[in-house]
Design a protein around this ligand. Sequence first.
Ligand SMILES: [Zn+2]
Ligand SMILES: [Zn+2]
Length: 82
Amino acid sequence: MLQLRPNCECCDCDLPPDSTEAVICSFECTFCRTCATSVLSGHCPNCGGELVSRPRRPASKLAANPASLKRVVKQGGCTNAA
Ligand SMILES: [Zn+2]
Ligand SMILES: [Zn+2]
């Protein structure tokens, strides 16, 4: 099951489970669409994998399968070269 992390690792903006702005890599490194396109050029700065839109979890499923509350922020910020 996806963790559905609550924030962007780059800018720490909120990415609720129903957000259409969230993108993830295969390890679930999570970013907002703005950072993914402008800073990261579509690739995860941690693993180099591609970033794709995170599927939204229907609200009816969130009660039993809640989204992660653990905020993950990349140390030192994000750059494409990292
Ligand atoms: Zn961001
Ligand atoms: Zn990654």
